[in-house]
Design a protein around this ligand. Structure first.
Ligand code: HEC
Ligand code: HEC
Ligand code: HEC
Ligand code: HEC
Ligand code: HEC
Ligand code: HEC
Ligand code: HEC
Ligand code: HEC
Ligand code: HEC
Length: 326
């Protein structure tokens, strides 16, 4: 296959580059590409993707370029063609430039990286994936699907900078966008960004209560005793090794905010009843009333994760019928 030769050539280049490029003119880069574990594919372990194009996009002006960790991805995504959808293992920016090019059917760089959903292509052809569309697909798998069925992610500044994270000089940026930055310098910049990457340590389940007795509206039923800590532990245990979750859950309290939403992240969040009233509040018709708020949240996650017990229709597995009052 034609890719074989490209790969060998590339591997040779990488080896040659890594041997001599420990230090850059100006001393701005000290990490080397060789400091990361090598890939099996022969692709660089990590690389910086620059906004390649003749004209700069004003929307990208304040953003740093992106370090892409090829090593992490190729360990988890088996088929090269999931990403290299044309079968050529070359830069995406060969075809997808800032303002688009004929080779990429004018799909711009931003679209190739961010398109949230991509229609399935006909049998026998690859469906392209953007960074965002593939990550969103992962969120529908069981370990993630419960919380993500009830979470509306803010996708704010901290979301952008989780990807747009490489410090470059104005000169490096110019060369990167023109496509004239030496591959070794590109890899060294990426290696430095990978090594500098910090992830937030999630709050321990023990920071929340062991059990919570929910009796805000009990009438027909006994109060619900909610196994708070056990819920936290099993949700966290399932995702603890996932690097995507680690990178994007940017605050210690992020996981708590799945249920304790719409308020500043905190280890002592406000009660649901602060915002959800026993009857729909005419001033906030978009908020479900309190019983529905509990039901939709508990059942939304259970449905998302196919939790076997309790089934949503088994009312008494969550709350026992009250003995008739005299
Ligand atoms: C999952 C990773 C990821 C996230 C999250 C992300 N981007 Fe990007 N974005 C990329 C990649 C990769 C590129 C292509 C490389 C580059 O331009 O630096 C890109 C390119 C862009 C471009 C085009 C660059 C240009 O100059 O034309 C813009 C604009 C942009 N991103 C804006 C944003 C904004 C704003 C956010 C947050 C709301 C965001 N991105 C979040 C990965 C991401
Ligand atoms: C999860 C997506 C993904 C998978 C899977 C993947 N790659 Fe890549 N690969 C990329 C991205 C993104 C780049 C950087 C493109 C750029 O710089 O514009 C890249 C870059 C490369 C490069 C360097 C291209 C260049 O000219 O700079 C090679 C070679 C490569 N990949 C080979 C492979 C091979 C072989 C496989 C399968 C074993 C593979 N890739 C799997 C996304 C992926
Ligand atoms: C050889 C040229 C070429 C290369 C290299 C290339 N693409 Fe594409 N890409 C295209 C063409 C042509 C289309 C439009 C046809 C289509 O959608 O099937 C396209 C479409 C896409 C789309 C669909 C956008 C949408 O919203 O429908 C995404 C996403 C995409 N490419 C991502 C990538 C990524 C990521 C890489 C690098 C890993 C890459 N492409 C490399 C040519 C290329
Ligand atoms: C085909 C699916 C797929 C595509 C496309 C993809 N990713 Fe990922 N990404 C993953 C998976 C799966 C993980 C989790 C890997 C793990 O846990 O080992 C991940 C993890 C990550 C992480 C966290 C680990 C790290 O590198 O620090 C970042 C950041 C990231 N991806 C950025 C990107 C960017 C930028 C692109 C586009 C250039 C991209 N991803 C394209 C599937 C994908
Ligand atoms: C305990 C609940 C919980 C679980 C389980 C969970 N997440 Fe999240 N996640 C959240 C919350 C809350 C946010 C929103 C943070 C914000 O809005 O700033 C979030 C945001 C994200 C984002 C950024 C937003 C987006 O849509 O791109 C990614 C990526 C992500 N999570 C990945 C994962 C992955 C992968 C898994 C499974 C391996 C997972 N999460 C499991 C609670 C959870
Ligand atoms: C996943 C757990 C769960 C399931 C299953 C469930 N509920 Fe609830 N329900 C709750 C919680 C939590 C509350 C709030 C408890 C409180 O404040 O007393 C609640 C409150 C209620 C209330 C208002 C409080 C009261 O005592 O009048 C009614 C009525 C109710 N549920 C009916 C039902 C019915 C009918 C079903 C079966 C179709 C059902 N629930 C299934 C968790 C559940
Ligand atoms: C799976 C959903 C969920 C997650 C995740 C979650 N909580 Fe809660 N938490 C609840 C519910 C439901 C209540 C009861 C609230 C009410 O009835 O007003 C509660 C109540 C609380 C209370 C009040 C306890 C009391 O006795 O009044 C605290 C404090 C709290 N949570 C902290 C946390 C912290 C810290 C985290 C993250 C480590 C967290 N929670 C994660 C669902 C959750
Ligand atoms: C600080 C105010 C506030 C608190 C506290 C709060 N909510 Fe909400 N909630 C809202 C608002 C505002 C909306 C409607 C806007 C939206 O869709 O996010 C909402 C919407 C919802 C929805 C509808 C689905 C959705 O996400 O849009 C559910 C279910 C819900 N809340 C459950 C809960 C539960 C359970 C708790 C306690 C663990 C809680 N809320 C605590 C403000 C709050
Ligand atoms: C974000 C996801 C999520 C939310 C929200 C959630 N649960 Fe669960 N729940 C789970 C998972 C996962 C299991 C099964 C794993 C386990 O038993 O720990 C479970 C199991 C249970 C069980 C059976 C195990 C036991 O402790 O007896 C009950 C009862 C339960 N949940 C009640 C509730 C109630 C009541 C609420 C709302 C106040 C709720 N859950 C909200 C994820 C969730």
């Amino acid at each position: 296959m034609k890719n074989g030769t490209t790969l060998l050539l590339l591997a040779a280049l990488v080896l040659a580059g890594a041997a001599c490029l420990t230090f850059w003119e100006g001393g701005s880069v000290t990490a080397t590409a060789a400091s990361l574990e090598a890939t099996d594919s022969g692709a660089p372990s990590a690389m910086v993707i620059f906004p390649v194009g003749e004209k700069a996009n004003p929307a990208g002006a304040g953003l740093k370029p992106v370090a892409f960790n090829h090593l992490v991805h190729e360990k988890r995504v088996e088929d090269c063609a999931s990403c290299h959808h044309t079968g050529d293992t070359v830069s995406c920016t060969t075809c997808h430039t800032v303002s688009g090019s004929a080779d990429g059917k004018f799909v711009t760089l931003a679209e190739a990286m961010h398109s949230p959903r991509i229609a399935k292509r006909p049998e026998g052809t690859n469906t392209p994936q953007s960074c965002v569309s593939c990550h969103a697909q992962r969120l529908r798998e069981r370990d993630c699907a419960g919380c993500h069925a009830i979470v509306k992610p803010a996708r704010d500044e901290s979301w952008c900078v989780t990807c747009h994270n490489v410090d470059v000089t104005a000169e490096q940026r110019r060369q990167g966008s023109e496509g004239t930055l030496a591959p070794e310098e590109n890899e060294a910049l990426a290696a430095k960004a990978v090594e500098a990457k910090k992830t937030a340590t999630p709050l321990s389940p023990a920071k929340g209560p062991l059990k919570v007795t929910i009796d805000a509206i009990s009438q027909q039923y006994e109060p619900n005793v909610f196994a708070h800590r056990r819920h936290m532990s099993s949700l966290m245990e399932a995702i603890k090794d996932d690097k995507l979750a680690q990178a994007f859950h940017t605050r210690p309290e992020t996981l708590c905010a799945a249920c304790h939403h719409n308020s500043p992240m905190s280890s002592t969040p406000p009660a649901c009843g602060n915002c959800h009233k026993p009857n729909i509040d005419p001033a906030h018709p978009e908020r479900p009333h309190l019983k529905a708020a509990y039901h939709l949240q508990c059942m939304g996650c259970h449905a998302g994760m196919n939790v076997a017990r309790p089934v949503n229709t088994s009312c008494v597995s969550c709350h026992k019928e009250r003995a008739p009052q005299r």
